[in-house]
Design a protein around this ligand. Sequence first.
Ligand code: FAD
Length: 455
Amino acid sequence: SVSVLLFTSDLRVHDQPALSAAVRETETVVPLFVLDPGVSLAGFDVPNRRAFLADCLSSLDAQLRERGGRLVVRTGDVTEQVCRVVTETGARSVHIAAGVSAYAQRREDRLRTALKELRCELRAHDAVITALPPGAVTPAGKDHFSVFTPYFRRWDENGLRRALAAPRRVTVPEIAGHPLPRRSAVTGVSPGLASGGERAGRLQLTAWLADPTAGADSYAERHDDLHGDATSRLSPHLHFGTLSATELIQRARKKGGPGAEAFVRQLVWRDFHHQVLAARPSAARVDYRTRGDRWRDDEKEITAWEEGRTGCPIVDAGMRQLRHEGWMHNRARLLTASYLAKTLYVDWRVGARHFLEWLVDGDIANNQLNWQWVAGTGTDTRPNRVLSPLAQARRFDPHGDYVRRWVPELAHLPGARIHRPEELGDLERAKLDYPEPLVDPAEGRARFERARGLD
Ligand code: FAD
């Protein structure tokens, strides 16, 4: 008997419930990945993620080969390709991780309908992409939690499934596939982009859990330290599913300590946003809570923000890190997003789109809902707070080293003075190749408060 395992955002063999079920239930399994041009048309297939995906698929193929199998890659519409594979092999079941985005839900519906015609069953597995499936905990009479803290409390009381070992053998039937995509063939990739793949992810996780100075042990105190860079940087692996959130939580808890607990809490934010999106797929585009904003739309300012030339050093540092690495520190994401959506008062969708163009972990649930949270249209219980870029800079980059790294034209300014180039004398300023601030942040805040009727 044959089954198909359609990989999506779960490109791993360890703790892979869909793969384990397929291997358990049938003698042979087609481990399938479909490169669907529909994803490119939706603008989701960008160079950084495409390059990382190529690494993930190579690593997955290697993992499967170690177990006697291989990865089968096909190109085309996902429903059509899966149906072809089912017809070619006579498979009676297709396994897939249950997804939460509107795209994933549509894909599942279409597959289910098309497969029925072939008398083949679609099996969607929960808790593959997130630790707890969306909808597993809900407040009385509602379909999802709209505030994090009560969600976290309930999440914590709920038992997680146990992480699964990787299957020992995967036997693949005779079937043709296309060549694996190659990272080297992708152009326009950020020069500092990390390597992808399950093997790289597992090594990174083990190293981070054991690192005494910039790892799990120091996470509680150092996760906001921009220059210290002590967060796990595992987000691309979670996005592509090369690591499982369940396994991460169990390994962090086994290690124990305040750092590991703070890390688990952060992972629960991921589950939280996924359960909001699963219940409200439109929140990817539409304000979760509308505040009747009349956003400003100044193209010059938007371009300056995108290019890291706002004249606000801490914001520019974050935006340049994004382009260089395809990744940005969480604290920098918060303050650059707040600067766009509140200080400049530009529609959060503009910023979210730009982030999705560059972020290797760019994720509909996490990106759109974090943007809404920052813009005050989402789940933040204090929607009108405005982060002061200078206060953020002084607190989270007290010696200016993060800015020094990403804004080299200011690197000679000593200590925290790097955060205020506008305070230099005229002569010194004229020598700098660095723009004047787009706006005085205090004025930006006042404008935002007026617009929201808070003045
Ligand atoms: P760590 O601090 O090591 O945290 C561990 C994991 O927890 C992360 O890998 C991530 O999966 C999860 N996590 C941490 N913080 C959050 C959060 N606030 N929301 C959801 N999950 C979280 N994260 C993405 O994965 N994809 C995105 O597209 C994305 N866009 C964002 C946009 C904005 C405006 C903001 C403010 C945050 C965004 N985040 C996004 C959340 C967060 O910034 C990143 O997950 C984090 O910076 C990744 O770095 P890390 O793996 O070192 O995190």
